[in-house]
Design a protein around this ligand. Structure first.
Ligand code: 3SL
Length: 243
């Protein structure tokens, strides 16, 4: 298994495709996806474009759909929910299809939606995703961060390192790191693994969220390691279901 990490979707090589990819947006899109599916959402359908989202949502029965997402960290006007993992509780999401768009995470997902095996990763489901990959190891795995509007993000790199740490431990001689971005991410994980929440708070997007108001519950939730057994898997382009 050859492991590579790309900080943002735009860094992903054109014209090449791995057999598997994992998308990360720790603050907060992929954490929200993991919790929503864990809490019984039927599926999460992701969109970069809001008009397309509204159009698709309108085709779905009103009683079994929710629109959720953010721009600049704030809930989109007219949407049912923002992008908080603590808001996707079973009473809200069970049995529903979630139509979701976020500033960066859903764009990263769109960039790699053609990859045959596509998953999303959060810190709470890190071990579940690693175990799933190890059951049927891909030859090439791209780990793709979301960043912030094309720029590097600390928290996505932290999680890339956290995932690679488990994969390298378990697969020993059968896994290798093929780019410097992942070597740096592994070093970052060694630095912060005893206090991932501190890393999330120090990150520039963490600081942005702190500036928007009280996000303590979100930070706790997004930093919690290996709590969930859910693995979000793309079942058709843009549509993620629990595995
Ligand atoms: O950028 C994104 O996709 C979001 O996760 C950002 S936020 O944490 O909801 O502001």
């Amino acid at each position: 298994m050859q492991l590579a990490y790309f900080h943002v979707a735009a860094d992903v090589p054109q014209g090449a495709e791995p057999d598997a990819a994992v998308v990360i947006d720790i603050l907060r899109a992929t954490t929200t996806i993991a919790w929503a599916l864990n809490n019984g959402a039927e599926a999460v359908e992701t969109f970069a474009d809001l008009d397309q989202l509204r159009h698709s949502a309108a085709q779905w029965p009103e009683s079994s759909r929710l629109m959720l997402g953010e721009r600049g960290g704030q809930r989109i006007e007219g949407f049912d929910l923002g992008n908080s993992p603590v808001a996707v509780v079973p009473e809200q999401v069970a049995g529903k299809r979630l139509f979701m768009s976020t500033t960066n995470g859903t764009r990263s997902l769109q960039r790699v939606r053609g990859v045959q095996r596509l998953f999303t990763l959060a810190l709470p489901n890190r071990r579940a995703v690693a175990d799933h990959l190890l059951m049927d190891p891909p030859e090439q795995l791209w780990i793709v961060g979301s960043g912030w509007e094309g720029a590097y993000s600390l928290e996505d790199s932290l999680a890339a390192g956290a995932l690679a740490d488990l994969l390298l431990d378990a697969a020993a001689n059968e896994a290798s790191v093929v780019n410097d971005e992942l070597t740096a991410a592994l070093a970052l994980w060694q630095q912060w693994k005893h206090d991932p929440e501190a890393c999330l708070r120090q990150a520039s997007h963490g600081q942005r969220l702190i500036g928007l108001g009280d996000h303590d519950a979100d930070f706790r939730c997004c930093a919690e390691l290996d709590r969930l057994s859910v693995v979000p898997v793309q079942v058709k382009p843009g549509v993620l279901c629990a595995s």
